[in-house]
Design a binder for this molecule. Structure first.
Ligand code: NHX
Ligand code: ZN
Length: 488
């Protein structure tokens, strides 16, 4: 099926960049007349689901040329010589159909830097395939009309030989969509859906930070399936919110058997997260808390993270403190801790290590970063054993301090914490309204928080409007559906 730029939602910057490639294919003379050499290849770099393949297809579609494709992962576990001969065949075929596009998806599977990480596995076959690719790229004439596009999630792990002049010497970066782009993507994927008028595209876009285009496609389809399962005539807002929850958290397991004591532990654990995050100024705003098992988790606190490009140390520490709030609450309330905090502790530990050794956020290590974007130290660490000990000590101290802080916050708010946990045991799901009732309004400035409040206001306005015209059951239902959502 032919794809054009108009089928690609968002990605405005990337489209401008690939437009140039379209022009090379359509009007090569314009460039060669002046003696310019047309580039042979470009790398499309970006996280999974951002539309690299779609964009490559759209380039072929716009230029109206044939599209040949192959995936790097096809070459994993292949017989000797097969990879290289496939590459040869592909180029032969493409050259006879020029002008055209060759698209190599997941090029990292073949183009991973040689002599790194896998150096002992003796992955000769992959290396042969890579060499054949390089030979082919060097072998054909610059102005033959074949342009090779390759996609990868991480450009820095690729063999530098691939990026030399005359090979993939330009990179086009694709990013996760921002709120406006998500709106456009929702627009595309809801075009053929039967939706209720209560579904507002801009609201859905706001509720899905960090989602890729593929995730959004998934949400739309899942929402349709959920609505159909409930024999609805059209897909409503709640179906979309349920779909978002399902994609973030996995399937709900309503029938999982959990004992009363375990339920209490879970409720107090989640109430701990909720309380700490509500009371710390820079923590992510909370949407809801549940003790209904979903995916791997028995309970979860759901936040709507603010979309930002940089994060301050204060924000990271407040988030760390909130994540530790679950275990802290178990300790304070039962005098015992459980294995349930595994995932929380894993995240906190990783974050602390990054803060100390990458972001220069500990006083003992100072403004040094042992982050390595080039991945080429091999087996030696770029610091002494003495520094290693300091990093370990700083990481431990940082987590310890936030844990103590979490316990302090909880001890100072035992009444609210207990009330929250007991409400949770009774209702299984509670929303930010309940927290506001117990602890009062949240302080601090936060765009995401503003967005939540704005959505609530809107909902209330619609409800009162509905209440005047429709029977009250509708309003009641809308009340229950209030501002449900994302990110655990
Ligand atoms: C187990 N699960 O593994 C049981 C079934 C208070 C119970 N024996 O921290 O559910 O203990 O705030 C992604 C997300 C492992 C990956 C959650 C991997 C959870 C979740 C362990 C609640 N909420 N822990 C939490 C929880 C568990 C786990 C995960 C994951 C706790 C805790 C899981
Ligand atoms: Zn937890």
């Amino acid at each position: 099926m032919k794809v054009n730029f108009k089928d690609v939602a968002g990605l405005e910057e990337a489209k401008v960049e690939v437009m140039e490639i379209v022009d090379f294919l359509k009007n090569p003379d314009k460039y060669t007349k002046l003696g310019g050499k047309i580039p042979k290849g470009a790398l499309l770099v970006g996280p999974p689901g951002t539309g690299k393949t779609l964009l490559a297809k759209a380039v072929a579609g716009e230029a109206d040329v044939p599209f040949f494709s192959l995936s790097g992962s096809d070459f994993v576990e292949m017989f000797v010589g097969v990879g290289a001969s496939r590459v040869r065949d592909l180029f032969r075929q493409a050259k006879s159909k020029a002008p055209c596009i060759i698209f190599i998806d997941e090029i990292d599977a073949i183009g991973r830097a040689r002599g790194k990480s896998n150096s002992f596995s003796g992955n000769d076959e992959r290396e042969n395939t890579l060499n054949q690719l390089l030979t082919e790229m060097d072998g054909f004439d610059t102005n033959s009309g074949v342009i090779i596009l390759a996609a990868t999630n991480r450009a820095e792990i690729l063999d530098s030989a691939l990026m030399r002049a005359g090979r993939f010497d330009r990179q086009i970066h694709l990013e996760l969509p921002d709120v406006k782009e998500r709106e456009e993507i929702f627009q595309v994927h809801t075009k053929n859906l039967k939706m209720a008028s209560s579904v507002k595209i801009d609201f859905l876009a706001k509720q899905t930070p960090g989602f890729s285009g593929a995730d959004i496609a998934n949400v739309c389809n899942e929402a349709a399936l959920i609505a159909a399962r409930n024999d609805k005539k059209e897909i409503d807002k709640q179906d979309f919110l349920d779909a978002v929850d399902r994609i973030i958290g996995g399937l709900e397991k309503k029938n999982k058997i959990i004992s009363e004591t375990e339920k209490r532990t879970i409720a107090y654990h989640e109430a701990g997260h909720a309380t700490v995050s509500w009371l710390l100024e820079y923590a992510n705003p909370l949407l809801k808390v549940t003790i209904i098992p979903r995916g791997k988790a028995l309970g979860a606190a759901w936040y709507l993270p603010e979309e930002r490009s940089i994060t301050t140390k204060e924000q990271l520490l407040d988030e760390m403190c909130s994540t530790l709030g679950g275990r802290a609450s178990e300790e304070i309330n039962f005098g015992k801790v459980s294995t349930g905090a595994l995932n929380d502790l894993e995240r906190v530990t990783k974050q602390a290590i990054a803060m100390v050794s990458f972001y220069g956020m500990s006083s003992d290590i100072g403004n040094l970063s042992y982050y390595n974007s080039t991945d080429d130290y091999g087996f030696t660490k770029p610091y002494s054993d003495k520094t290693a000990e300091k990093i370990d000590a700083d990481v431990k101290a940082m987590v310890e301090e936030q844990y103590e802080r979490a316990k302090e916050v909880l001890r100072n708010n035992m009444e609210g914490l207990t009330q929250l946990a007991e409400t949770l045991l009774e209702k299984e799901v509670i929303f930010s309204d309940d927290l506001e009732r117990i602890f009062g309004k949240r302080k601090g400035e936060n765009k995401a928080l503003d967005a939540i409040n704005e959505a609530k206001e809107q909902e209330k306005a619609e409800q009162t409007a509905d209440a005047e015209t429709a029977p009250s059951t509708d309003a009641q239902e809308a009340e229950n559906q209030n501002n449900e959502n994302s990110e655990s």
